[in-house]
Design a binder for this molecule. Structure first.
Ligand code: CP
Length: 337
């Protein structure tokens, strides 16, 4: 059998084989135990945030520093001008530079580029294509890491898998409830998409709860169904929170915007205001199988999850946030060594 090329970029976990994901998880857990054994001396990573971040930015910079390398943070949303990403564009508009040129220039300075692209926010059909992160990956001469695009957040999913594996051991057959929560600032379903697909690939049984009108992306659901069948596990969506959480080992809270109202904040706010009662509280957690709580954060206390659950003994949210550091080190070591 022909040998597979080493991992080149991390744009989506779907680009990785099961073995490569397992290797990243094993390395993440080893790095957490023996951080000093892994070094990236003399290496640098350019961090381009076209949207804000607390965890991803800080954990990346800390990871590179602790590995003996350097993270160069480009506050892309304020320091940068707009970049054109359409191939063959006649650039007589607002953007004075093409992603192609930025990627080729930055590739001469750093060993990897990690990018959180902006969202156009007008049409889900357009944003879901993730053309900007794909354009960086197509043109850069160094590995490109997706720090959350419209469609996916592979780094969060990796930390999520690591956290569940630490707590539950073997994930195959374990039950994961992903429950929608209400939030005035709902995000894209990127976190949910990546988690859903990654958990199914690990053989987890996944149940997704959400109010009507908050269905996940059709193509992501088709892919999820295909994986569930291949892994001989189960997937159910559109459930009530109580049905999803019943018997679950993990309750993962996440708010995402209605894709039906994407690009229309007024309709979106109106739909969200009708979705009442989607707060994770102790009563709901009790329906699980000694269930742990996870959330990618930022979390709106007492709107998405009550204080007693977030601060209680079954909350893994800070371990989960810490694991961003270790699992990103594993990604960096894998891509840069
Ligand atoms: N979970 C996550 O990606 O957090 P930040 O948006 O703060 O980076």
């Amino acid at each position: 059998m022909a040998e597979r090329a080493p991992i080149q970029h991390l744009v989506s976990l779907q680009d990785l084989s099961d073995r490569e994901i397992e290797d990243l998880l094993d390395l993440s857990l080893r790095i957490k135990k023996r951080a000093g054994a892994f070094r990236l001396e003399g290496k640098s990573v350019g961090l381009l945030f076209f949207r804000g971040s607390l965890r991803t930015r800080t954990s990346f910079e800390a990871a590179m520093h602790q590995l003996g390398g350097h993270g160069i943070n480009l506050n892309a949303s304020s320091d940068f001008w707009e970049l054109e990403s359409s191939e063959g564009a006649r650039m007589d508009g607002k953007a004075p530079e093409h992603v192609k040129d930025a990627a080729l220039v930055l590739s001469r300075y750093v060993n990897a580029l990690a990018i959180r692209p902006a969202l156009a926010g007008q049409s889900w059909a357009t944003d879901r294509r993730d053309t900007v992160i794909k354009s960086w990956a197509a043109h850069a001469r160094v590995p490109v890491i997706n720090m959350e695009s419209a469609l996916g957040h592979p780094l969060q999913a990796l930390a999520d898998l690591m956290t569940m594996r630490e707590r539950l051991g073997e994930l195959a057959g374990k039950e994961l409830a992903i429950t929608w929560t209400n939030s005035p600032t709902a995000a894209t379903p990127a976190v949910t998409n990546s988690l859903l697909l990654a958990a199914l690939r690990m053989g987890m049984k996944v149940r997704v709860a959400h109010p009507s009108g908050f269905d996940l992306d059709d193509q992501v659901l088709s892919e999820a169904g295909r994986i569930a069948e291949a892994k001989k596990t189960s997937l159910a969506t559109g459930l009530t929170a109580a049905d999803a959480v019943s018997g679950a080992h993990v309750v993962y809270a996440r708010s995402w915007m209605s894709l039906e109202d994407y690009g229309n904040p007024t309709l979106a706010a109106s739909r969200r205001s009708r979705a009442t009662g989607w707060t994770i509280d102790e009563n709901l957690m009790k329906k699980g199988k000694n269930a742990v709580l996870m959330h990618a954060m930022p979390v709106r206390r007492n709107v998405e999850v009550t204080d007693d659950v977030l601060d209680g003994p079954r909350s893994l949210v800070y371990d989960q946030a810490e694991n961003r550091l270790h699992s990103q080190k594993a990604v960096l070591v894998t891509l840069l060594r």
